[in-house]
Design a protein around this ligand. Structure first.
Ligand code: SAM
Ligand code: SF4
Length: 462
């Protein structure tokens, strides 16, 4: 922390010392895992300044919404939630309400806040965590509207404090930003260009997590396969994975997202040769139609995509895949959608995250003419969900009678069930004991539903 940051922190602590009760802060994150990961740093900074963390808006002296810009519907919900905070501000004039995350980067959102939500006094740019104290101090000094860190294009300070949401699962960003400009997506505009953390910084963080008992580490980036480009000593993502895999301990590594144009056979080989990397690849396809993929600016064809899946399956029949899919991209016709259906039947994903296309102002797709009606698009979504439900159920049935290892995440006392995920990232719910939460558990699969494998705990993994 430099001198000016120290002074800012001291000035805030002096304000907080006058509070009649211990100051409390609520940070609520929405959207993707990367936003939740930033949220842990906002919490760390606020805790370091002396706030207790709370989940109750009624108790809070600071409320920070860390919101996502990817889809319009999610944004409207956040605006609605900000609206609901007005009575709290009226009751407690000292309350500071702020918006951060990629939603805060949008000019229209900020104009709307200034116009209709003047009690939202603090706006912080996406990823500009370290500017939070300055913005807070400005609010305490009576500034009605503060905008800090917009267009931030750096890397967060490695020494920022973090309050982790999970005890034995943690996310570790390997890079920030995106260079891909898929025509539907707002991320490159609100998160800036790609920049990678050094392998040393990532390795230190992972080693510390493993040392403190963390069992599952999720590496994050918008396209992890372009990790390392632009570093003074360039390094590929598979090389980073090999370095992390060499850390001794009892843990799994997952990562997301992989852009199919940059995912390679070397990546698959590295995963299969590793001790700690889950045999699961989240490989967002978005569409099964080459014409739509071209209009999306995705730089791969369905055939190229499938060739990587075939390669992985030829090496290990147990390799699991998940994907993101957009329905109703402006140029998508019924014939295009049929190609998407045939691709998902061919891949047999374990899990699919499906989204109805949401036009985002400033992106090229928002200027394209929509060729389908809303009814046609929602009809496609229904068919897609039903098709995937059947596929997941059938994939899960292949596991009946087998044993596998699962990380037990939660215990449901009423049902006596442990829930968690297997090494290939399949959801599982098994009979077991609460003391196994946070442990790798050997499980025998006796049933299969569309939402999970079911069975019983056999014994802890040696
Ligand atoms: N970088 C990741 C990738 O390329 O796979 C994804 C990041 S994005 C936050 C997560 C998913 O949101 C995308 O894979 C896409 O399916 C979906 N998405 C992005 N923009 C969208 C839009 N305008 N409408 C609907 N879904 C969208
Ligand atoms: Fe968006 Fe495409 Fe970048 Fe993913 S790769 S964040 S979908 S622009």
């Amino acid at each position: 922390m430099n001198g000016s940051a120290r002074n800012t922190a001291e000035a805030i602590r002096a304000v907080l010392a006058d509070f009649p009760h211990p100051p409390r802060a609520l940070v609520q994150s929405f959207g993707c895992q990367l936003n939740f990961c930033d949220g842990e740093k906002y919490k760390g900074i606020l805790a370091d300044l002396g706030y207790e963390l709370t989940e109750d808006p009624e108790q809070a002296d600071v409320i920070l919404y860390n919101a996502c810009a990817v889809r319009a519907h999610a944004e409207s919900r956040v605006i609605g939630r900000l609206g609901a905070l007005k009575p709290l501000k009226e009751r407690n004039p000292r309350l500071v309400i702020g918006l951060c995350g990629c939603m805060a980067e949008e000019d229209e959102v900020r104009a709307l806040l200034r116009r209709s939500y003047p009690y939202v006094s603090l706006v912080l740019g996406a990823g500009a965590m370290e500017r939070l104290p300055q913005a807070l101090l400005a609010a305490y000094q009576g500034q009605k509207h503060t905008e800090e860190g917009l267009g931030f294009s750096g890397l967060p300070d490695e020494s920022l404090p973090t309050v982790r949401d999970g005890a034995f699962q943690a996310s570790v960003p390997v890079m920030y930003g995106c260079n891909n400009f898929c025509t539907y997506c707002i991320v490159p505009y609100v998160r800036g260009r790609e920049r990678s953390r050094t392998p040393e910084a990532i390795e230190n963080e992972v080693r510390e997590l493993v040392r403190s008992g963390c069992r599952e580490i999720l590496l994050l980036g918008q396209n992890v396969n372009s990790y390392g480009r632009g570093l003074s000593e360039e390094i590929s993502f598979p090389a980073l994975l090999r370095r992390l895999d060499a850390i001794d301990g009892d843990y799994f590594i997952r990562f997301m997202s992989s852009h199919p144009k940059d995912a390679t056979e070397e990546l698959i080989d590295t995963m299969l040769a590793s001790r700690h990397i889950e045999h699961h690849l989240h490989l967002p396809v978005q569409s099964g139609s080459d014409a739509v993929l071209k209009a999306m600016n995705r730089h791969y064809t369905a055939e190229k995509y499938l060739s990587l899946i075939d390669y992985a399956r030829s090496k290990s029949a147990d390799f699991a895949f998940s994907s993101d899919l957009i329905v109703g991209f402006p140029t998508e016709t019924d014939a295009d959608f049929q190609q998407t259906l045939s691709l998902i039947r061919r891949v047999r994903y374990d899990n699919l995250y499906t989204f109805i296309y949401s036009p985002r102002s400033g992106t090229p797709a928002a200027e394209m003419e929509q060729v389908s009606t809303e009814e046609e698009i929602s009809g496609r979504m229904r068919v897609l969900l039903e098709t995937q439900r059947e596929i997941t159920e059938r994939c899960n049935q292949d596991f009946i009678g087998r044993e596998t290892v699962m990380l037990a995440e939660k215990y449901d006392a009423e049902k006596g069930m442990l829930t968690g995920r297997t090494r290939a990232c399949r959801n599982a719910a098994v009979k077991g004991h609460p003391e196994l939460v946070g442990q790798f558990v050997r499980v025998r699969i006796t049933g299969a539903k569309s939402w999970a494998l079911t069975g019983e705990a056999v014994r802890e993994k040696e």
